[in-house]
Design a protein. Structure first.
Length: 259
């Protein structure tokens, strides 16, 4: 099992980005580009493209040169939404270059928590911020050839999936949030090469990712709305898990989970 993480730095703090080989005092002009990094490190890591983000492969070998590059040294894109979409396209394209993976027969599953919800009711709708995030999700995945969408029975998950479904003319398959085994079976039964979106809840998303991949990715708090997990199910090979951030940055906190 290989997990890759798209971590983030939203201030100018110097947070190390594992995988890039350079001295900590490197300037932005000296930061390696995606192309030169891939050429030197051959998919051991990738600059993700969201604000000051990076992608790291947990099975990466040590970088060719000593010392990390810091996220604050890397240029921040002017259009984060477009950059996230382009980074996702580039990432999935680069993964298909791995010779051991028959990418055309892999099943790719995008797993997210619903967008921001309203307060006070058992089945709230999305807030204005949630509707903006739902549209950002559609923008992020619009070019990924998603062919199936799954959500739970609640309004907030279905409303999160709706913009992408409308754009791609897809009908969302609704399964109860507790029916994770049924969901996993449906995902694994998709035709080879399929790409699916799953919209669920903070206390269910980690379970879905773990049941698909065999890897626990940690819990989500009530503040976590911007994580997009990418699980690739490959024939005769271990699954891989990536995550990146999409839409407006969620505030980081450790509050209790409220699905």
């Amino acid at each position: 099992m290989a997990i890759s993480w798209l971590s983030e730095t939203r201030d100018n703090s110097r947070r190390p980005v594992a995988g890039f080989g350079a001295h900590p005092t490197a300037t932005a002009s000296a930061a390696p580009t995606i192309a030169t990094f891939i050429e030197a490190n051959s998919m051991r890591s990738l600059r993700g493209g969201c604000p000051a983000g990076c992608l790291q492969d947990s099975h990466a070998k040590p970088a060719l040169a000593a010392g990390p590059v810091y996220a604050s040294n890397l240029p921040i894109p002017r259009n984060p939404m477009r950059s996230t979409r382009l980074a996702l396209t580039a990432l999935l394209g680069l993964l298909s270059l791995r010779p051991a993976v028959a990418q055309d027969s892999a099943i790719t599953v995008f797993v997210i928590r619903h967008a921001e919800k309203g307060p006070g009711t058992p089945d709230p709708s999305l807030t204005d911020a949630g509707n903006v995030r739902a549209r950002a999700l559609a923008h992020t995945l619009r070019d990924q050839k998603v062919s199936a969408i799954f959500s739970s029975e609640f309004k907030r998950t279905q409303e999160t999936a709706a913009p992408l479904g409308q754009e791609l003319s897809l009908v969302t398959t609704v399964l109860g949030a507790a029916k994770t085994d049924e969901l996993i079976a449906a995902l694994k039964a998709l035709p080879p090469g399929s790409k699916a979106l799953v919209v669920s809840h903070s206390n269910v998303v980690p379970m879905i990712v773990e049941k698909l991949s065999g890897e626990f990715v940690g819990e989500l708090t009530d503040a976590d709305y911007d994580r997009l997990y990418i699980v690739t199910l490959k024939p005769n090979a271990a699954a891989t898990v990536l995550y990146l951030h999409y839409g407006a940055p969620s505030p980081r906190g450790s509050g209790p989970m409220r699905p």
